[in-house]
Design a protein. Sequence first.
Length: 163
Amino acid sequence: MQKMKNRFLRTGSIVALVALVADQLHKYLMLHEFGFMAGRFVEVTSFFNLVMVWNYGISFGMLNDADDGKQALILIIMTLAIVSFLFFWLRKAESKFQAASIGLVIGGALGNMLDRIFYGAVADFFDFHIAANHWPAFNIADVAISVGVFLLVVESFIGIKKA
């Protein structure tokens, strides 16, 4: 049984690493290779733009205006606490599906945390909209977190075991 738990830990850790690397590579390319600066946008389709937005707050831009210089540090500490809990949960994962889902959340959280460490804010690039109604800009880390949480909720309802 212990060997199986270790396999799930490995699965979740690999997924977390892939999510983290994908997020950080995308942000590096957008900021440093393509030179996206705050306020810049490129219309890709009638409902999707590439933008450059610095998010000083939390998910979906909440608390974005509350930056007092300490907010990034507080959010980094909170992220470390949450990721610590998630690693503990990952060690007890009961399936590959659950481990991969937890790994997505860990990788996304660490990706956004690294932005706060390096830049003091999170870099967001994806802007979906209908006419003038825009969803808050987001990034690959946010997608990993959202998909991971969604899959964990699905798993809690259907109870995927030993997959």
